[in-house]
Design a protein around this ligand. Structure first.
Ligand SMILES: NC(=O)C1=CN([C@@H]2O[C@H](COP(=O)(O)OP(=O)(O)OC[C@H]3O[C@@H](n4cnc5c(N)ncnc54)[C@H](O)[C@@H]3O)[C@@H](O)[C@H]2O)C=CC1
Ligand SMILES: O=C(O)C1=NCCCC1
Length: 327
């Protein structure tokens, strides 16, 4: 008879999630996923149901990695919240299974508990920064992989549009991995951007207009919960790299048609993009490659062109070998 599953709170999970380990791990899984032989890394397009009464969605994200026998699923609820609503914008839980017996061995908090309590109003508290969770770290790490592959060789200016939770993890990893001369932020409300700037550890310039914020930027990260474009092709410096993290529903946008038409489009999963990305579906843009294909060397990284990485969220890097459970 199997033991009860263990519960791993965010602070325990966080100990296993250093960016130094996350990045190579995610590169490995992204590459395997894109190999075409789907029997090794199996990750179907997530199943998402609307939570009509609360303007939210629940996504189920199962994954099996055959060569290391890892079976898990993430369950994520996400909402488009107004900033003054004291409710979380994302909640996530990860279940880890014994693949042979099918029993659950671990339940992992996918979001920091402090974050859950304080989200929205004091979203960018120092505590959130200390306890960045699976969802925030994984998403930012994949974005950093896209930047490693696709941002211009000389990238001096980083701009982040949106100043919520993902902005924090993206700021953290991008300033850790790369050296920018200037980091700019802009959010829907000036006070949110100012609170962000006061909370992060490092220099950042707050701008009140997105157009001014992105002017001349070499890399632009959109981490908003907007359903309408926040970034327009005519503002973007030719050759820039855009990491588009929000707009994970087929009728939501962050990028306009001009940008989607003029840029070379990379995704985490072609299949997922065709079903979930409003920026791709509604603009009719063609996907050029998956990040995994670039990592595998089967598609090129066109660094000299304007590139967009449309992130949708996949590939959580759990490995049972790292955490030992009694079964
Ligand atoms: N691609 C992926 O793997 C993942 C995507 N997401 C998505 O990323 C987005 C951001 O997530 P969180 O940071 O957790 O959300 P959040 O709710 O904490 O922050 C959203 C931010 O966007 C800003 N914003 C909204 N409209 C804007 C506009 N027009 N211009 C500038 N800023 C604007 C808000 O002011 C807020 O600061 C959400 O859409 C979320 O669903 C979240 C997790 C993973
Ligand atoms: O991968 C995730 O986690 C999420 N993806 C899209 C929306 C919210 C969370």
């Amino acid at each position: 008879m199997a033991d009860q599953p263990v519960f791993l709170s965010n602070d325990v999970v966080a100990r296993f999630l250093s960016y130094d380990e996350l990045i190579p791990r995610l590169e490995e899984v992204l590459g395997k996923f894109s190999r075409g032989n789907s029997s090794d890394v199996v990750q179907p397009v997530r199943c998402v149901i609307p939570i009509h009464n609360h303007s939210g969605f629940l996504g189920l994200m199962p994954a099996y990695i055959a060569h290391e026998d890892t079976l898990c699923t993430k369950m994520v609820a996400f909402y488009r919240r107004e900033e003054n609503v004291n409710l979380p914008s994302t909640q996530a839980t990860v279940l880890l299974f014994n693949p042979e017996y099918g029993n659950v061995t671990a339940v992992m908090d996918g979001l920091d508990i402090t974050h859950k309590r304080t989200a929205a109003v004091s979203a960018i508290s120092a505590k959130v920064m200390d306890g960045l969770d699976i969802t925030h770290k994984r998403t930012a790490a994949v974005s950093a992989i896209s930047a490693k592959l696709l941002m211009p060789a000389q990238s001096d200016v980083l701009c982040i549009l949106g100043c919520g939770h993902q902005a924090v993890s993206h700021y953290e990893i991008f300033t850790k991995l790369f050296s920018f001369k200037e980091v700019r932020v802009c959010s829907r409300r000036l006070e949110t951007a100012e609170r962000f700037a006061a909370g992060v550890q490092g220099p950042v310039k707050v701008l009140s207009s997105a157009k001014e914020a992105v002017h001349g930027a070499d890399i632009i990260i959109t981490v908003t919960n907007s359903s309408k474009p926040v970034l327009f092709g005519e503002w973007v410096k030719p050759g820039a790299h855009i990491v588009a993290v929000g707009a994970c529903r087929p009728d939501w946008r962050e990028l306009d048609d001009v940008l989607m038409r003029d840029a070379v489009i990379y995704v985490d999963s072609r299949e997922g993009a065709a079903v979930e990305s409003g920026d791709i579906i509604l603009s009719g843009a063609e996907v050029f490659a998956e990040l995994g294909e670039v990592l595998n060397g089967t598609r090129p990284a066109l660094r000299n062109k304007t590139t967009v990485f449309k992130s949708l969220g996949k590939f959580f890097p759990l490995r049972t070998g790292k955490i030992r459970f009694k079964e």
